[in-house]
Design a protein around this ligand. Structure first.
Ligand code: OSB
Ligand code: MG
Length: 377
């Protein structure tokens, strides 16, 4: 279902941007690197009716995608925010059109759109979930587990998450850290819902290794090959029993449609940041639903702001697999919202308040801020 009822327009007065450095509870290692501190940009849209909040999910370095924090910081202030402020009054649904002349930078655009959308929905008293078309009041919570020292350490970490109640485990893999890791988790925990994420670390030359994973009955393998390797993903999908899911390759609804047409994926990870916003996310949800393709909600170590929005998105009917929508404390000892997402019975509640439905903790926000900028009309 497309968005049933448009949101109100807002009179933009300016934007505040902050770069935050938030310590992680433990290092997070993927095939592309290790993070110990989440560097993220928080966006505050200043409107005549009040503020709206958003989050730009870039990381410090362009290792997951071509976007990175300082690039987002620059393009937002130099091009994107001036284009929005030039319009004065903006409807959230038009943010994407206003920013369309500027190529790429989808994470930055998504963060700006979310802040405008939050401001608009707060003035209307309408929750984001209701606006997007949510049909659930809580979503099943999966957890993304980084690469550990060795398979035994991985089993120990996974045991902790299963004890906490997570309903699906995703382990990060890379060449040389794949079959033994997956075997160890499968052997230790039996038939738990399990999937792997390679973050583009393989090539078609690794097809035999990837085919070895077929014996573990995985829900899916996520992004084995590079972002622009759609045809190679189709070739690989034809050789594996494990369903191929795309993350990095799905940069837009168009890319999603192309991937499905080519047979490059049979499952799609929807991340609002990567594709330019929550409205584009609904478009991908809708096209996958029409095609009978399962989707799930990915994550980018969001703060309580993006985490609230992800829970709302994951509550749409086509999200039939558990997402990487984990509790705040999976990554953070202290969040920047007053009511961080909690895991209850393996689920995360969809916020019911207006807009994102979470409130900023101004002290935490200030404590984690390393740089601040304000751009006024
Ligand atoms: O590939 O899904 C990914 C985190 C950062 C960048 C890419 C990815 C991830 C995760 C963590 O897997 C998801 C989360 O829980 O936020
Ligand atoms: Mg991924």
């Amino acid at each position: 279902m497309p968005i049933a009822q448009a949101a109100a327009s807002v009179a933009l007065q300016g934007f505040e941007l902050r770069v935050l450095h938030i310590p992680l509870v433990s290092p997070f290692t993927t095939s592309f690197g290790t993070e110990t501190v989440r560097e993220v940009i928080v966006v505050r849209a200043l409107t005549s009716d009040g503020d709206g909040w958003g989050e730009i999910v870039t990381q410090e370095a362009p290792l997951y995608s071509s976007e990175y924090t300082r690039g987002a910081w620059d393009v937002a202030q130099r091009f994107l925010i001036p284009a929005l402020l030039d319009q004065g009054v903006v409807a959230p649904e038009h943010v994407v059109d206003i920013l369309e002349p500027f190529i790429g930078h989808r994470m930055t655009k998504a963060g700006l759109e979310l802040a405008v959308l939050d401001a608009a929905l707060r003035t209307e008293g309408r929750p984001l979930g209701e606006y997007l078309g949510a049909i659930r009041d809580r979503v099943p919570s999966g957890v993304s587990v980084g690469i550990q020292r060795d398979p035994a350490a991985l089993v120990e970490v996974v045991a902790g998450y299963l004890d906490a109640g997570y309903v699906r485990i995703k382990i990060k893999i890379k060449p040389g850290r794949d079959v033994a890791e997956t075997a160890a988790v499968r052997d230790a925990f039996g038939t738990i819902p399990l999937q792997v994420d390679a973050n583009s670390a393989y090539t078609l030359a690794d097809i035999d290794t990837l085919a070895e994973l077929d014996r573990f009955d995985l829900l899916l393998i996520e992004q084995p090959l590079q972002e622009d390797d759609l045809l190679d993903h189709a070739t690989l999908a034809g050789r594996l029993r494990t369903p191929v899911c795309l993350d990095e390759s799905i940069t837009s609804a168009k890319a999603a449609a192309d991937a499905l047409a080519l047979g490059a994926a049979s499952v799609i990870n929807i991340k609002a940041g990567r594709i330019g916003g929550y409205l584009e996310a609904v478009r991908i949800h809708d096209l996958c639903r029409d095609a009978g393709v399962a989707v799930w909600c990915g994550g980018m170590l969001e703060t309580g702001l993006g985490r609230a929005a992800n829970a709302a998105l994951a509550a749409l009917p086509g999200f039939t697999l558990p997402g990487d929508v984990s509790a705040s404390n999976r990554f953070y000892a202290r969040d920047i919202v007053t009511q961080p997402a909690e895991l209850v019975d393996g689920h995360i509640a969809v916020p019911t308040g207006a807009g994102l439905g979470v409130e900023i903790d101004p002290v935490a926000l200030e404590d984690f801020t390393v740089e601040r900028a304000e751009i006024r009309r």
